[in-house]
Design a protein around this ligand. Structure first.
Ligand SMILES: Cc1ncc(COP(=O)(O)O)c(C=O)c1O
Length: 393
């Protein structure tokens, strides 16, 4: 009889324990580029799909597959395809979905390189896009064009942290026969489950909270078996941004402590937000937990936590923001997030430097804004570091 899996920590610890031919406690790392066929006929049969079995790691690998199944399981999806980066997953999903002349409707505010990809698709392949706040039914309906093929949202939006109602967007998308793709990087399945809210595809930069330890670049998309098969056989196989087995193994290792880490990230973020809210130098503070009105209702409906990402703008704009970052000692200046270390970055000159200034300002991202990814260190130490940096301003 299978042991009853009660809570998240148990579920995460058990994720990879089935389908392990060696009975090893931890998942096997199958670090191989190719697989040996017992005979030529089997090789041919595996290529033609007449027989299941591994062929070549770009097409599938047992360790990578364990990672794909683990994320699909946590997201409540049928299947997953892993990629060498979050951007690999985003382009891997958009390319088989869109063709020249199509249009993609996106949340107003997407990760800088996602914006770069949208611009590239527009310039080179005439695939248009619109960035819209997508806050009300009327606004969403009005932004859908005759050639809109899919909708793509981030929520919370990087780095303004404003929220999009996944259930509302999914309802309208399905009414119009459109696929909804959600980038769930900032929340992880621990805090938000877009598929349960109606999304068709969920994407992660697994580089962030899923991996959690700053030692891997990876991405994953999960969704329905048929669409994921198309993604695997088109962009994964033929474009080839494939995840290495060792990186999949590192991700599986990191994911076993996802729940523990997320709880500590959230506790720390709460303390840091309370501290920042009382700093006279902080002019604007963005954190979903501080939102009121409709944004607060969205939070309550779809998120189990306000998360651990905070952005703020200092009085004195860009110069003050940069000086503040340079005074920090424990908190590192680095452009990633979801790491056990607390990281700070300046979106206007770093992650969002590709976004033209007016577009960036329209996304609610001013020149002086800094973004903090709160790690799992002791909150008192983080606050002491922030405090000494404020004193030096
Ligand atoms: C929300 C979001 N999506 C996608 C990406 C891209 O992920 P990767 O850096 O793994 O390619 C990032 C990277 O920061 C991100 O923040």
């Amino acid at each position: 009889m299978e042991a009853r899996l009660s809570g998240w920590n148990t579920r995460l610890a058990q994720l990879t324990s089935s389908k392990n031919p060696y009975d090893s406690l931890t998942p096997p790392l199958v670090q191989t580029s190719t697989f040996v066929f017992p005979d030529a006929q089997t090789g041919g049969a595996r290529f033609s799909g007449g027989e299941s079995g591994y062929v070549y790691t770009r097409l599938g690998n047992p360790t990578v597959q364990l990672f794909e199944e683990a994320v699909a399981n946590l997201e409540g999806a049928e299947a997953g395809v892993a990629f060498a980066s979050g951007m690999g997953a985003i382009s891997g999903v958009l390319m088989p979905l869109l063709k020249s002349g199509d249009h993609l409707l996106c949340s107003e505010g997407v990760y800088g390189s996602t914006f770069g990809l949208l611009e590239f698709l527009a310039e080179r392949f005439q695939i248009g896009h619109t960035l819209s706040p997508l806050q009300t039914e009327e606004q969403i309906e009005a932004a859908i064009l005759d050639n809109t093929r899919a909708m793509y949202i981030e929520t919370p939006i990087n780095p303004t942290l404003s929220l999009v109602d996944i259930g509302l967007v999914a309802k309208i998308a399905h009414r119009r026969g459109l696929m909804l793709i959600v980038d769930n990087t900032f929340m992880t399945p621990y805090w938000q489950n877009p598929i349960a809210l109606g999304a068709d595809v969920v994407i992660h930069s697994a580089t962030k909270y899923l991996g959690g330890h700053g030692d891997v670049i990876a991405g994953i998309a999960v969704g329905k078996t048929e669409f994921m098969r198309t993604v695997r056989l088109s962009t994964l196989k033929d474009v080839g941004a494939v995840l290495s087995p060792f990186d999949a193994w590192l991700l599986l290792r990191g994911m076993r402590t996802l729940a523990l880490r997320m709880e500590q990230h959230a506790r720390n973020a709460q303390r840091v937000v309370e501290f920042l809210a009382n700093q006279p130098a902080v002019m604007l503070l963005h954190y979903p937990g501080l939102f009121g009105g409709a944004q607060q209702s969205i939070l309550k409906r779809q998120m189990r936590s306000p998360g651990a990402m905070i952005s703020f703008e200092l009085r004195g704009g860009m110069e003050a923001g940069i000086a503040f970052m340079n005074h920090l000692r424990l908190i590192k200046i680095a452009v990633s997030l979801g790491d056990i270390h607390t990281l700070i970055q300046h979106p206007a000159s770093m992650t969002h430097c590709l976004v033209p200034r007016d577009e960036r300002l329209r996304m609610g991202l001013p020149d002086g804004m800094v973004r903090l990814s709160v790690g799992v260190e002791d909150a008192d130490d983080l606050i002491a570091d922030l405090s000494q940096a404020f004193e030096q301003l």
